[in-house]
Ligand binder design. Structure first.
Ligand code: BGC
Length: 493
């Protein structure tokens, strides 16, 4: 009896160990994919500090400098579309590897640039790499992680983006003393090589393997990720069922499925509004804006770094909360905080509050805005855009929403200075407040709660034609304040 008990506990122990080991594997693989976010953050963050010196060395005027900054965003927009066929035929892992090599080529071109044309070419290549990375890394992470931890794992990607930006700000400040712009850009080859080596060590996404008919490999990868054969087989069966149900590609699904048209539109809307929230206006132009508001140039640089730090810290908090509170509460809180802080910020500028009080109010409100953004508007769109899409349309939908993110980013950063001249500094922040308020309403009406649901469960609900906001955990309430069961929500329209 005692021996039996011993064997039993030994079995449970080793089962526990297997699961623990599997969780560790999933974390490592997601971490490796998350390095794509680091590259994203480093490459978008590094240019702010280097730009002045590049302008002097290569003789680039202000308009050309704008192109040096924005060529990366255009490259990223098109890179995210190009990533569709690559991720489909070469896998999500393949797309990340291509991103790694493109990062390397782009870094080389920029660091060695002898002319503005060469610099812009390098930035476009980097942009395509960022597009590949921002398309494939969250997708890969969503496809390998368990439902319980999925929000946290994808948001880790956002944390690394903000970490990359902060690191770039620090390294720029250090290298700025000698004006070493080639080093600022060239040093990025180091994390790029680490990213490539890490990606070479991750397995293919099991969902992609199944979609390519490679069942045996998928089962093997799932066992590494889930720890037991039973868990792997159960998940495999769910994936296969979903794949069998949907024949054809994303475009045919778009024509055929009303549910997919809704999630497709929601993905694009979330990503556009993430950019319309105004985060990059602050991150790209903070020093410029603060100098315009009479901060000294060194105070402006330090305040910008403070914003970068707040961004990263609040993203860390969001990671802790996203799988507990859920996506909707975080996004509602975030859009509300951003709206209010921008309204008051506009008011401070409108009333021309000067002196110490004005400076404290300006910095305080910018920090509050960044904290608001980073707890929801930053991580939730990236997380949700991968979660709500059905497998057959996932590639197309994510590519289009990522494209929307980058194009809106490009547009808003390009028109910001001209718009500020027309609307006044306060006017532009009130406009951003309106966008954030719209984001709040959109969240309230349409955003589902996907916390704790598997991708297959979400897809099943989507196919049963329930309301968009009920495709995860139902959030509609009936007259008695009870949740509609998923099926009943459809009947009620
Ligand atoms: C956005 C980027 C932004 C970053 C800031 C990301 O989610 O897509 O455009 O620069 O957050 O943290």
């Amino acid at each position: 009896m005692a021996r039996e008990e011993g064997t039993e506990s030994h079995k449970t122990g080793s089962l526990q160990e297997k699961k623990e080991h599997a969780r560790h594997n999933a974390f490592l693989f997601a971490g490796a994919a998350g390095l794509a976010g680091l590259m994203f953050g480093l490459d978008t963050g590094v240019i702010a500090g280097a730009l002045k010196f590049i302008g002097l060395d290569l003789g680039a005027n202000e308009r050309t400098q704008e192109w040096i900054v924005s060529s990366l965003m255009l490259g990223a927009a098109f890179g995210s579309l190009l990533a569709i066929p690559v991720a489909k035929y070469r896998g999500r892992r393949g797309a990340m590897l291509y991103a790694g090599f493109l990062f390397l080529i782009g870094t080389g071109l920029c660091a060695l640039a002898q002319s503005v044309a060469m610099m812009i070419a390098g930035r476009v290549v980097l942009g395509v790499a960022v597009g590949f990375a921002s398309f494939s890394a969250p997708l890969y992470i969503a496809e390998i992680t368990e439902k319980k931890a999925r929000g946290k794992m994808i948001s880790l990607y956002q944390l690394v983006i903000t970490g990359g930006m902060l690191l770039a700000m620090f390294s720029d400040s250090l290298l700025a003393y000698g004006g070493h712009w080639r080093w600022m850009l060239g040093i990025l080859a180091v994390p790029t090589v680490i990213f490539i080596l890490a990606t070479l060590n991750v397995p293919y996404s099991p969902r992609w393997l199944v979609s390519r008919g490679r069942r045996k490999e998928a089962s093997h990868v799932l066992q590494r990720l889930r720890g037991t054969r039973d868990a792997a087989e159960a998940e495999l069966a769910r994936i296969e069922k979903n794949i069998r149900r949907e024949q054809g590609n994303g475009f045919t699904l778009l024509k055929k499925s009303r549910g997919f048209r809704k999630t497709f539109a929601l993905g694009i809307t979330l990503q556009m509004f993430q950019q319309l929230a105004g985060i990059n206006i602050l991150l790209y132009y903070a020093p410029h804006l603060l100098e315009h508001l009479h901060f000294s140039s060194s105070a402006a640089i330090w305040c910008t770094t403070l914003l970068g730090f707040a961004n990263m810290a609040a993203t860390g908090v969001a990671i802790l909360l996203i799988d507990r509170w859920g996506r909707r509460p975080l996004l509602l809180l975030s859009t509300a905080v951003s709206t209010v802080s921008l309204c008051i910020f506009g008011l401070v500028l409108f009333m021309k509050i000067d002196g110490m009080a004005g400076s404290i109010a300006i910095i305080g409100l910018l920090v509050v805005f960044i904290l608001g953004f980073a707890t929801g508007e930053g991580p939730v769109p990236w997380t949700m855009c991968t979660e709500i899409q059905p497998l057959k349309g996932r590639g197309l939908a994510i590519a289009c929403s990522t494209f929307a993110n980058w194009i809106t980013n490009w547009l808003i950063s390009n028109v910001f200075l001209s718009l500020m001249a027309v609307l006044g500094d306060y006017g532009i922040f009130w406009l951003l407040a309106v966008f954030n308020a719209m984001f709040f309403v959109i969240t309230l009406l349409f955003v589902p709660e996907t916390k704790g649901c598997s991708l297959e469960e979400i897809e099943e609900r989507l196919n049963s034609d329930v309301r968009l906001r009920d495709i995860g955990q139902p959030v509609s309430r009936d007259a008695d304040g009870k949740d509609f069961p998923a099926g009943a929500a459809a009947e009620r329209g």
